[in-house]
Design a protein around this ligand. Structure first.
Ligand code: NAP
Length: 302
């Protein structure tokens, strides 16, 4: 029986684990894939305080896990396949394996949203990608497209433009990203932007993919030949297995206030999984610390 079980090994989970371990709680973090979550697919971070020189996402997350483990956090690499959060004892399953805990901190974050193409699954790994830093090198020196207009699309476009001609395809006439990255995109000679444009379909071609493009009225625009197409149209929360158990908003984010308490006592939600106005590493880290402290209070009060 654990004091606290943390699900997800991104910044929120790692910070919750660090604080829980330092508070002397018997804590375990479960991660189904790779430590670091979305941050591990980020090339360079320029807005995480304390690092005047940009730091790579994977390196930052390695430091997070090193620090948490040094504090005593145990980490296991297993995906959770079923949650039973309702009772006094929380039970989480990974296949046949059962974990029991008095409190749970959910930090499963969010992952890239799909574009919605008919053949999207089939194109993944064959020209279509959701991770510029993972797959960009495959297309070095070849034309690529990025779809989206938020921070991720901007970062992906800038990352790829260092080695390729990039076409940024955005459905509106202004970027959602409004920061320094957006300015850099506008000024980068290796990036052209197709405004008011959507990808209607993508078909494999001799050189990669042929993108059929349409304007805001659904009219065809000239098709685009690219070696690779990177989709950056937002994220969706990793909350599928929580449906029907605790309160989620209409987009699937866990409803929890600033104290990270969810609709189930003893269950806390931190990081990008939680409905909140600013999804950043700093806010995830902050949530993680709050969640661990709330779990500690919860355990003391029982
Ligand atoms: P986002 O902010 O939700 O932006 C998604 C973009 O994709 C928007 O421009 C949206 O268009 C477009 N889009 C959505 N669905 C589409 C579709 N079906 N077809 C075409 N375009 C579509 O997502 P994000 O850029 O992944 O960022 C997610 C969160 O992480 C944000 O809170 C962001 O600030 C944060 N983030 C921060 C950093 C950083 O600070 N360094 C880096 C990455 C992400 P519209 O603009 O028309 O809605």
């Amino acid at each position: 029986m654990l004091d606290v079980l943390i699900v997800g090994g991104g910044p929120a989970g790692m910070t919750a684990g660090l604080y829980a371990a330092r508070a002397g709680l018997d804590s375990l973090l479960l991660e189904g894939e790779l430590i670091g979550g979305q941050v591990s697919t980020t090339n360079m971070l320029e807005n995480y305080p304390g690092f005047p020189e940009p730091i790579g996402g994977p390196e930052l997350m390695m430091r997070f896990s090193e620090q948490a483990e040094r504090a005593g956090l145990k980490i296991e690499y297993r995906p959770v396949t079923r949650f039973e959060l309702g009772g006094e004892i929380k039970r989480l399953y990974s296949g046949e394996h059962v974990y029991q805990a008095r409190s749970v901190i959910l930090t499963m974050g969010a992952r890239r949203r799909k574009l919605g193409l008919e053949n999207e699954e089939a194109l993944v790994g064959r020209g279509l990608s959701y991770c510029a830093t993972c797959d960009g090198a495959f297309y070095r020196g070849k034309p690529v497209a990025v779809v989206g207009g938020g921070e991720t699309a901007v970062e992906d476009a800038l990352y790829l433009a260092a080695q390729s001609k990039v076409t940024l395809i955005h459905r509106r006439d202004s970027l959602r990203s409004a920061g320094i990255g957006a300015r850099r995109v506008m000024e980068n000679p290796n990036i052209q932007i197709l405004w008011n444009t959507r990808v209607a379909s993508a078909q494999p071609s001799a050189n990669g993919l042929t993108l059929r493009l349409i304007d805001e009225n659904g009219q065809d625009r000239p098709p685009l030949e690219v070696a690779g197409c990177f989709v950056a149209v937002g994220t969706q929360p990793g909350s599928e297995l929580l449906k029907g158990q605790l309160e989620l908003d209409e987009a699937g984010y866990v409803v929890a206030s600033e104290d990270t308490q969810t609709s189930i006592p003893g269950v806390f939600a931190a990081g990008d999984l939680r409905k909140k106005p600013l999804k950043q590493i700093v806010t995830a880290v902050s949530d993680g610390a709050v969640a661990a402290s709330m779990a500690l209070n919860w355990l003391h009060n029982r």
